[in-house]
Design a protein around this ligand. Sequence first.
Ligand code: BES
Ligand code: ZN
Ligand code: ZN
Length: 471
Amino acid sequence: MNSDISLLSSSTVLGWTDGQLAASHMPKEIASSIAARIQTLGEPTSENSTVHITMPGNDKVHVVVVFLPSHPSPAHLREATGRAVREMGAQKHVVIDMPHSTVEEHAAIEEGALLGSYSFDVYRATDTSVPTFEIVTDLPDVGKPNTHVEISVAAQQFVQNLVNTPAADLYPEHLEKAARELVSNLDVEVTSWSGTALEEMGCGGLIGVGKGSVHEPRLVKLDWNPNNARTHVALVGKGITFDSGGMSLKSHEGMIDMKTDMTGAATVAATVFACASLGVPVRVTAWMCIAENMLSGTSMHVGDVLRIANGTTVEVNNTDAEGRLVLADGLSHAVRDNPDQIIDVATLTGAQIRALGNRYAGLMGTDELVTCIVQAAEKAGEYIWPMPLPDYLMSVLDSKIADMRNTGTAEAGMLTAGLFLRRFTGGLPWAHIDIAGPSFNPGSPWGYTPSGATGYGVRTLLTHIETLATQ
Ligand code: BES
Ligand code: ZN
Ligand code: ZN
């Protein structure tokens, strides 16, 4: 147990449950003095809300008291700790005295603290220093940093850093390089195709979408294939390093955050990194479908017909529906390995945001896998919601000259995008996660989630794959 001295002299995070301080290690008199101050100021009562005070007897020491429900889950503890740490601002050292009685809860508190202290300072004159944390605990053997938490956070922050990076500094080549560097010390095989090799792979979707850019498109495969693999999961990620819309040019407003359109590819790479770092006994193959969707004299036209890697031809009636074109190539190649299941992750549609907002992802796919992903997301503390893939909508993707076209009518844009992708999944168990909303927070921070890139989805995928390893 930590000494009272450090408890009273460092910035501190405390929990508030059922009208009182939650199982704190504060000396009794200090705890009651804090509780009295909180009662005067007004208790935090809504989910994760906080009250900021100073330490009794030392008004230089910052104390954040965060509301918790009566029986907080690990997800509650992660969010609440993350919010409190985030609101703490620049600090050197933070003592976290949150209620917990299991290693899992302790890990969630640690993860929340690390996520809540994220900031992206590459483009600023001064760096915000990341504080050190001390979690006050009665549990034995949790003194050292938890490897699982560290790897999970590193994976999420890898995604956040890339997604926050402007498109001028992160074009297709860089995204490939970043993925290669991420897994360079791990037993992960990396293969990539661009130029004529991409043509030989039949990737008409990637080539078509990338045609307007001076930066070549590419398909990157990361394969973690341990000897003791129990099953094989293929992950396919949308890696559009900038989505201008192409000839179907976006509005100024619509283009503002389009550097984030590679989140899916970064997410699948981060998941392979986490699985390989943790030695998860599941083969995980990530396919990063990388291109820049630009408007120029060499761009694909509206009305062009592309041939996807599985032979399907697609009439491009909207060049801004480019994600499904590059994913179709990735899915086609993923299917050839005959994995046990395929999961694609993509910032695919504005319709996803209109339907579910900024915190929930839309989930579509085959029933059993969808159920597993819902459970994994719940466990990981990420919001996701299942959506239908109605067969009757399929006809809106009929083309007069090709096997299909890439967009339907204005209605149900998230679902028609899902239906489009289904055509390339070879009938395998498949899930499609549309993360257009939760991948990026254009508004104010909440919980441990900062403004900007969120790292959403890594924990759900990792939890899902780790669950498969135990089955
Ligand atoms: N990258 C966008 C989707 C998007 C929008 C992601 C906003 C994140 C925030 C995607 O490529 C796109 O432009 N989709 C179109 C599809 C339409 C043309 C059928 C859309 O949603 O408007
Ligand atoms: Zn687009
Ligand atoms: Zn896009």
